[in-house]
Design a protein around this ligand. Sequence first.
Ligand SMILES: Cc1ncc(COP(=O)(O)O)c(C=O)c1O
Length: 398
Amino acid sequence: MNPVSSPSFIQPAERIASFKPYFFASLTQKLNALKAQGMDIIRLDMGSPDLPPAKFIIEALAKAAYRPDVHGYAPMGGTLDYKKACAEYYLRRFGIELDPQKEVLALQGSKEGLFNLCQVLLNPGDVSLVPDPGYPVYSAGSIIAGAEVVYLPVLEENGYLPDLNSIPEDVARRAKILWLNYPNNPTGATAPFSFFEEAVAFARKYEIVIANDAPYVDVCFDNYDAPSILQVPGAKDVAVEFNSLSKTYNMAGWRLGMAVGNARVINFLHTYKSQMDSAHFEPIFIAGATALTGDQTWIEERNLVYKTRRDILVSGLRQAGFRVTPPPAAIYIWAHLPEWTRKPDGTFDSIEFCSQLLEETGVSTTPGIIYGQAGEGYLRISLGTPTDRVQEATRRVV
Ligand SMILES: Cc1ncc(COP(=O)(O)O)c(C=O)c1O
């Protein structure tokens, strides 16, 4: 094969020049190399559900795939039936009425929508208010749009909620998006409804769009019931919520999500996306609608599986000296590194810790720092791995 030529005139555009590959892309390469050396790796790093969706959802996909009339381009922004199913889900789950034509948009996974929201709302110089630690797409999308990212610390001592009152007036006035994410990745924290009320009032006052990223609302434990921000009266005036079938229905690889809420924002996103992508294969919409409107009882059983894993890990981590609170929702444990790992200068190094843990035990976890400066000193551990492997990982770590 001819070597790939790389003449020096091929340079990245300035807006992507400083970006490194997404953490999990590089980690997977490293793990493959260790596996090739014969190491038994247990992946507690990525938030990818290990369990499949319920059988009736897969059957709906298979059956639809045999139909002769579903192989062309599906309508951009999703079929009306899929959007109606999203609206039906919101009504059943949260008591919220949505107009499927104007207030619902299908996404190729919510990550795509979060990234593209930045491109449709942010001009260079605008401020994007991003939680730290937080899901990396909020800042990456904002930076690529040329916006200024202002980080809002979400810390253990504040229940992992940002202090909106501490945002300086001039910053709030320049802000165009406030990112929220409850139940939260990476911390597993939840927000009381009163916080959503406060956020909506803040957004109204400063004319900011709230992007509430809510892919974990249906992964709850111990009778916790996560709210939607759209339940706050008048929230639709300022908020758009991102939801996803990835975690709720174990369908991460299907890349099916939704943006719902403010009709103006939905319209901007729809226009933008119509230039850059085309819709899913229609049987995916058909099976997605089946997931959203069909039997939901299996979700409770699935959540019990995550809860079992959570409890095994929490107790093992505590024995190993980590500080950890059992999360009431989402599929992550956010564990503070043991005191004995503190460096002489008083700091922690989560990257070094994770790498040593991986090399010594084969257990792969995610360093907290990749979610922001305020994540240093923590590890994120995913519950998306079979229970026997979670048990084995705990044995190796303790
Ligand atoms: C907070 C958060 N938002 C969005 C996503 C993206 O989900 P998807 O694109 O699969 O819908 C994830 C995935 O892990 C996440 O943790």
